[in-house]
Design a protein around this ligand. Sequence first.
Ligand code: DGI
Ligand code: FE
Ligand code: FE
Ligand code: FE
Length: 187
Amino acid sequence: MEREEALKIVKEQLTEHRYQHTLGVMETAIKLAEQYGADVEKGEIAAIFHDYAKFRPKEEMKKIIKEQGFSKDLLEFNGELWHAPVGAYLVEREVGITDQEVLDAIRYHTSGRTEMTLLDKVVYLADYIEPGRHFPGVEEVREIAKESLEKALIKAIQNTILFLMKKNQTVYPDTFHTYNDLVQKLE
Ligand code: DGI
Ligand code: FE
Ligand code: FE
Ligand code: FE
């Protein structure tokens, strides 16, 4: 699918602010893919659609998670997690994207997973460091990303876990599993 067509489709699903974020993720994913040798076109398309389901009603997302047999424990954790797996599902069904690597990068863009692919990592990190992000610590992660995709990812996940903990929020176990896996694989 061409960029213009993909952007037109996703724009209808998003607010203007979230669409601008999506453009930032796209631009950043392309750069990271080039830098780290990931598939640039797949990175671009996954980035464009990564937040496709962000504004779906919670009830609709819940229904899909139950009916499609996605891990039930998702429902016990922050609803912010749901748009990633639901997005992968809807992007396949509604947009007709069938590339499993692209769908996985969308599916795991919020929690990560163990054994993240290069494409998963590129999309996850692009989402975190795109130019429109301004939260504390993002500049440090941008700096680390110049040298190591994995080290930048670890810092981003640490920041996210700390951020959630400071607000007394739960942390989805897969987020910890992702973190542990990346740290263990770092030589
Ligand atoms: O959709 P975006 O805002 O662009 O970014 P995202 O898909 O990475 O969503 C991250 C949000 O999800 C962030 O505000 C924190 C929230 N969240 C809640 N519980 C968890 C979580 N994020 C992670 N990684 N792990 C959690 O357990
Ligand atoms: Fe997201
Ligand atoms: Fe993220
Ligand atoms: Fe995002």
